[in-house]
Design a protein around this ligand. Structure first.
Ligand SMILES: Nc1ncnc2c1ncn2[C@@H]1O[C@H](COP(=O)(O)OP(=O)(O)O)[C@@H](O)[C@H]1O
Ligand SMILES: [Mg+2]
Length: 188
């Protein structure tokens, strides 16, 4: 199956997850992340704000702030075709972009070089048994991860139905190190 078809299929399945299951799954994933050793050890954490039916990261993001860790969130520059990470201290300071996604304001929120980030909590459409990630087609996380050392923990966050046996891989695709779903914690 090609990337485009797989994306479509998984996004439809993800949109059909029922409310009660969804809420329980989010609680479960949140709990697992907050107790994961890479999370506990990390000082500067790149997270994200859920887009559409992604796992809601609100509780995790609030916990990062409450625990006096540094929360950095992605900002996508369409002009530069680049994703940068910015320090956010209050979640209500985020601004809605043209796609309806809440982002930091690169003028107000300081940019942090990606090599200073200890842990990446990574959204995605699908994740494979060999640790590859299918995104939305922009390749933003591929470009980012290609500049980091392989050892940096990169934890995919997803519903278990987003875990698939295989994803088509191109030479530029970058693997992640872990995947946390409501059913499992995968180490790659
Ligand atoms: N390191 C890189 N440098 C330049 N372009 C890249 C890099 N990694 C990925 N890309 C580009 O990103 C685009 C989207 O990649 P793809 O893997 O299909 O998306 P996604 O990872 O979001 O599912 C590709 O056309 C590819 O050329
Ligand atoms: Mg890719």
């Amino acid at each position: 199956m090609d990337k485009k078809t797989l994306r479509k299929e998984i996004l439809i399945k993800r949109s059909q997850i029922e409310g009660a299951y969804r809420r329980e799954a989010i609680t479960c994933v949140t709990h697992k992340i907050l107790n994961q050793s890479h999370y506990i050890e990390a000082q500067t954490i790149a997270s994200f704000v859920a887009f559409r039916d992604e796992i809601d990261m609100s509780e995790i993001n609030q916990a990062i702030l409450r625990q006096n860790k540094t929360l950095v969130l992605p900002y996508i520059s369409m002009e530069k075709h680049e994703m940068s990470f910015h320090v956010v201290t209050q979640l209500d300071e985020l601004v809605k972009n043209d796609f309806g996604l809440f982002e930091p304001n690169p003028v107000l929120h300081n940019r942090i070089p990606s090599h200073q980030i200890d842990l990446f909590l990574t959204p995605g459409v699908a994740f494979s048994a060999n640790g590859y990630r299918l995104g939305y087609g922009g390749g933003f996380y591929d470009r980012l991860f290609s500049e980091l050392t392989k050892a940096t923990p990169k934890i995919g966050i997803a519903f278990d139905l987003q875990y698939v046996s295989e994803i088509p891989i191109d030479a530029y695709d970058q693997p992640i190190t872990h995947l946390v779903t409501e059913k499992n914690s995968y180490v790659f």
